[in-house]
Design a binder for this molecule. Structure first.
Ligand code: FE2
Ligand code: FE2
Length: 264
């Protein structure tokens, strides 16, 4: 398939993306707003996990950027993704600062949890459409749904500020991801589209374990559920484990519906 190079005018599967980067960077939150934060062991663990999740998005987005360059995407598409990488770093920093204030950020990812920032940084020749689908359509959409639900429920001003900031950015990430997917996926051959449908089912299971707590080994699952339930009880940025799983399932159903016409 012939694709435009970065220096030529956008064409082929590449849509012109609106990034509005300058305006976003000016209004971006780089540090926690002032205000007391209670010490809470579950919440500091929850926000440490949020940090790992945001951190893992950085190499994932970097992989999208590399794949886009390999495949000749125009500069404005690259710019949209480098801006996303920038946002994910900021989300990780804000989450880590919040975990720190809640009693101390934890650096160690427990055995069995699938956050893999370093693993995702391994050089890869996976094509852009796979990254766009996994990282974009799936992770960003589920992430936005969860952050939106947590924001609607959280009153603590400092925690709410972090959620509001993340929510604003994730909405942009979701838009960019789907615009790229809508350009790329329908141009693929039918064998690849069939493979991607199967891959989508695997991704859904993986996201139920990482964004939600479904499908984890029993002992780990109990701990992860407790962590969300206690953070929710304290009003520090989570919903209960059952509610979070419902949000994840609803988002996955929405993704499935939205992807179907692109992969038919
Ligand atoms: Fe993020
Ligand atoms: Fe994101």
């Amino acid at each position: 398939m012939k694709r435009a190079g970065a220096s030529s005018a956008p064409g082929g599967p590449w849509k012109k993306l609106r990034t509005a980067r300058a305006a976003r960077v000016r209004s971006a939150l780089f540090e926690l707003p002032p205000g007391a934060v209670p010490r809470n062991d579950a919440a500091r663990r929850f926000w440490s996990e949020r940090t790992w999740s945001e951190f893992a998005a950085v190499p994932a987005v970097a992989q999208v950027v590399l794949a886009l360059v390999r495949e000749g995407a125009p500069l404005d598409t690259l710019g949209a993704y480098t801006a996303i990488a920038d946002d994910e770093v900021r989300h990780a920093l804000l989450s880590r600062e919040l975990a720190q204030k809640l009693g101390g950020y934890l650096d160690e990812i427990p055995e069995g949890l699938a956050y893999a920032p370093r693993g995702l940084a391994t050089p890869s020749d996976v094509p852009a459409h796979v990254w766009a689908m996994a990282n974009g359509c799936f992770s960003e959409t589920v992430s936005l749904a969860l952050i939106r639900a947590r924001h609607a429920r959280t009153k603590h001003p400092v925690v709410r500020a972090v959620l509001a900031e993340t929510l604003k950015d994730e909405a942009v990430h979701v838009r960019v991801a789907w615009e790229v997917a809508e350009g790329l996926l329908p141009t693929l051959d039918s064998v690849t589209r069939t493979e991607l449908r199967g891959y989508g089912a695997d991704l859904a299971e993986m996201l139920r374990r990482t964004f939600g707590t479904q499908g984890l080994p029993p002992a780990l699952q109990r701990g992860e559920r407790r962590l969300r339930d206690r953070t929710a009880e304290a009003g520090l940025g989570a919903l209960s484990a059952a509610e979070e799983n419902e949000v994840v399932d609803a988002a996955l159903a929405e993704i499935d519906e939205r992807l179907r016409p692109l992969l038919e």
